[in-house]
Design a protein around this ligand. Structure first.
Ligand code: NAP
Length: 298
């Protein structure tokens, strides 16, 4: 373990598990969450609660952030009471949120003006991966900073990859990841729709296909939730739509055809319109059920 003192900002579904794993790995942790009660669990486990992101930065050398969207990261880093107002030269910000690569570069520039370093380190592996410390972490930014916080990444993830020296490279790889996630979820939904309409035993169907060439993280983790009609979120539809907006912005900028991902984005939008934004992203199947007039596992 390095000698850096560590801060964590954003104790949501992901941040709670990630910060618990940092505590378990022996890091001296200072935390902040906008809604203070959501910090109780981590404080009870041994973390120190700070009064603002700036206070976190004053207390530590490395600040990890995991908040919702691009403006939220801007708020906790450079807004009133933000990290930049408490950080010292040589400190490092590691942003594990999924946000715009372009804004990541702008934030890195703003921090660099105060001699504060930044890595973008978005994650994949869901709430399960955050809780178990088995996240995939894709990191952009200077290799020396990556090496500096390798022990922090190893405490939170089991697959940690430095994807490029450029700020925003991690975020760009995360968009690639999200294309794979949603297209996979559409396939899981279509497959289970057919299984239902054929009158197959859904659990036995999952048992039969999960270990073969069709297996995937989404199938193993979300397939059972779909057939149990458990829509509790590991990753909410609202956040999935945020990521799809970032993906489609990249497709638009690069003049690429978003054939599958564009369609899936429209399906997710119908679910948000129906007020289902707080449900898990596997509830994508509800859009297919609505089209087909078939309910899986009902
Ligand atoms: P979440 O449960 O909704 O938590 C969001 C966190 O961000 C909460 O701590 C929230 O504080 C904080 N926050 C939001 N806006 C803020 C603002 N303006 N100022 C200060 N704090 C703010 O979301 P999550 O699932 O943990 O996701 C967090 C990030 O990880 C997102 O970028 C998401 O895309 C990414 N991610 C999630 C998953 C997943 O499976 N869940 C997987 C990979 C990546 P409050 O408690 O006050 O609301």
């Amino acid at each position: 373990m390095g000698s850096d003192r560590v801060g964590f900002i954003g104790l949501g579904i992901m941040g709670r598990g990630m910060s618990r794993n940092l505590l378990d790995a022996g890091f001296d942790l200072t935390v902040w969450n906008r809604t203070p009660e959501r910090a109780d669990e981590v404080v009870d486990a041994g973390a120190t609660l700070a009064g603002s992101p700036a206070e976190v930065a004053e207390a530590v050398d490395v600040v990890v952030t995991c908040v919702s969207d691009t403006p939220d990261v801007e708020q906790v880093l450079t807004g009133d009471g933000g990290v930049i107002h408490g950080a010292s030269a040589g400190d490092l910000v590691v942003d594990c949120s999924t946000i715009s690569p372009a804004t990541t570069r702008a934030l890195a520039t703003a921090l660099a003006e105060r001699d504060v370093e930044m890595l973008d380190a978005p994650v994949s592996g869901g709430s399960e991966g955050a809780a178990k410390g088995t996240l995939s972490i894709m990191v952009g930014g200077p290799a020396a900073q990556f090496e500096r916080v390798r022990a922090i990444f190893d405490a939170m993830g089991s697959s940690v990859t430095h994807v490029g020296e450029e700020h925003g490279a991690g975020q760009a790889v995360k968009l690639v990841n999200q294309i794979l996630v949603v297209n996979n979820m559409l396939g899981v939904g279509e497959a289970l729709l057919l299984a239902e309409a054929e009158g197959l035993d859904l659990q036995r169907t999952l048992d039969a296909v999960t270990g073969g060439a069709a297996g995937s993280w989404m199938l193993s983790n979300r397939g059972p939730q779909v057939i149990a009609r458990d829509w509790s979120p590991g990753f909410t539809i609202d956040l999935q739509c945020k990521d799809l907006r970032l993906v489609l912005e990249a497709f638009e900028r690069l003049k690429l055809p978003a054939v599958g991902t564009g369609l899936i984005s429209q399906l997710y939008a119908t679910l948000q319109r129906r007020g289902l934004g707080d449900e898990g992203n596997h509830a994508l199947v509800k859009a297919l059920e609505h089209l087909a007039g078939v309910e899986i596992g009902a």
